[in-house]
Design a binder for this molecule. Structure first.
Ligand SMILES: [Zn+2]
Length: 180
């Protein structure tokens, strides 16, 4: 290193009462996943679905309208994806059968991951849109991420984002009359 160059050290911020920032998860394999996805024509999920249940497709279970995939580039051991067969980014576009079965299969995946991995917790979530942290934005997929104490917090894993807690009550009060 030249004397003029500054050595830059990366330190993950620690979450404390004084410093509420959440720890950042370092997941470099995600970059190649997302770049690869964007460089391919078509959809990796639709391509996988054509192959059916197999290790090659990473589909571990298929129902009539949705399937359970292993995430090829997991955030944690046992990271599953539950994916409707229909190529859509829009949760509201699912018909009743698709929607109901998606959630039945989500429960099935949940039960299976408890048995197979005995996690201390599980995060279940959808990332809708790039701004919400979705790597593949055009095809809906639920994440199930088994969790163990001390790995890291939920929101940086699922959304690559942080919750702004003071806004939650306002948001709640706006939503309440809309959900009757
Ligand atoms: Zn698709």
């Amino acid at each position: 290193m030249k004397k003029t160059e500054k050595k830059v050290e990366f330190k993950s911020p620690k979450s404390t009462d004084e410093n509420p920032r959440l720890p950042v998860i370092f997941a470099p394999w995600r970059n190649s996943y997302i770049k690869r996805d964007q460089s391919l024509k078509g959809c990796v999920f639709c391509d996988g679905l054509k192959k059916g249940v197999s290790f090659e497709s990473l589909i571990v279970y298929s129902a009539k309208t949705c399937s359970i995939f292993l995430n090829k580039f997991p955030y944690n051991n046992g990271h599953l994806l539950v994916i409707p067969h229909r190529h859509t980014p829009d949760l509201a576009s699912l018909n009743k059968e698709e929607f109901n079965e998606l959630h039945e299969v989500l429960l099935k995946a949940h039960s299976a991951i408890i048995k197979s991995h005995n996690p201390q917790g599980i995060n279940i979530g959808l990332n809708l849109g790039r701004a919400a942290g979705a790597g593949i934005i055009d095809h809906l997929h639920y994440h199930l991420v088994p969790r163990w104490s001390g790995d890291t917090n939920f929101m940086p894993i699922i959304g690559g984002t942080k919750v702004i807690s003071e806004e939650l009550e306002q948001t709640y009060n706006k939503l309440l009359p809309l959900l009757v």
